[in-house]
Design a protein around this ligand. Structure first.
Ligand SMILES: [Cu+2]
Length: 300
């Protein structure tokens, strides 16, 4: 036990660089909300109206699918029993039935129109990017994400804790365990937690510009209901407004090479005051534009 404690202390001395780089980061501890759970089959808790809409739509379509499936299986069963050779040895020989054909054409059209009446507004709501309170640009790299706050002129990279850039080899080791702990996570968050995180204030409209520098990646946070491919040379956008403070995880969702599985996304949603504090810290830490300069140039 003592050896392990010593080892952990030793490890955090040498491998804690990522955690150390975060010294003074005012974000502090937050509840982990947007994360997968062991044996889970449902959605992560919806933290935005987009995610709530998507999950509602999924439930609604599931009901329709279930009814159609039961209906078709029932019809098949009926035909098998009622019209097999034993029960119906001399079949009728007519072919067409106009009312029936109209019904099985119009019926599906009505069902599709019904689904479309709900799905299209949800789709448009996602894809029509509102005026953002804050714009953040994210760039996918093989194999990590970079975040840029253009209004404040700073950027930083975000590596999975345990990735080679943080001294690991994508596997769980004592060093990685120590790094996770130092960053306020547990083993459960391994391969989700990153050394730095995108930080946003709660209840604000965040517009995220998504691009990539090498191959196509995809920036995805399930609890926000957002997923956007980052394509080299193009700037795509997504938006969300997080409703609850906490930590939300996501993963690159476009096969992008050997370490595709090791470029997770961490978003920390904090109060507005905390966000301002963090912004001051980040401007100093990452060499951003001092507030006075940014404010002056914004005013011009
Ligand atoms: Cu990727």
């Amino acid at each position: 036990m003592r050896a392990r404690t010593l080892l952990t202390a030793f490890a955090s001395l040498f491998y804690g660089a990522a955690a150390l780089a975060q010294d003074g980061n005012p974000v502090g501890d937050l509840p982990i909300i947007g994360a997968p759970t062991a044996s889970g089959i449902g959605f992560q808790p919806a933290a935005t109206s987009l995610a709530r809409d998507l999950q509602w739509l999924d439930g609604m379509v599931l009901v329709i699918i279930t009814v159609i499936t039961i209906f078709v299986i029932g019809l098949l069963g009926f035909v098998l029993l009622r019209y097999n050779q034993k029960a119906n040895s001399t079949p009728k020989t007519f072919t067409h039935n106009t009312p029936l054909e109209i019904a099985w054409t119009v019926g599906p059209i009505l069902i599709l129109m019904f689904i479309g009446a709900f799905s299209l507004p949800i789709l448009f709501n996602q894809q029509e990017i509102p005026e953002g309170d804050i714009t953040i640009k994210t760039t996918g790299y093989q194999w990590y994400w970079g975040y840029e706050y253009p209004d404040h002129g700073f950027q930083f990279d975000s590596y999975m804790i345990g990735a080679p850039a943080t001294g690991g080899d994508n596997r769980m080791t004592e060093e990685v365990r120590a790094q996770l702990e130092a960053a306020g996570y547990t083993e459960d968050e391994f391969r989700l937690a990153t050394d730095t995180a995108m930080v946003v204030p709660v209840g604000k409209t965040i517009v995220v510009q998504v691009t990539a520098a090498d191959v196509i990646h995809s920036w995805t946070v399930p609890a926000f209901g957002v997923k956007q491919d980052g394509v080299p040379g193009r700037l795509a956008e997504l938006w969300f407004k997080a409703e609850e403070e906490g930590v939300y995880f996501g993963q690159c969702s476009e096969l992008c090479g050997i370490s595709h599985a090791y470029m997770p996304i961490t978003v920390k949603v904090v109060s507005e005051e905390k966000y301002e504090e963090w912004l001051d810290w980040a401007i100093a830490e990452y060499g951003g534009t001092p507030r006075e300069v940014a404010d002056a140039s914004a005013a011009n």
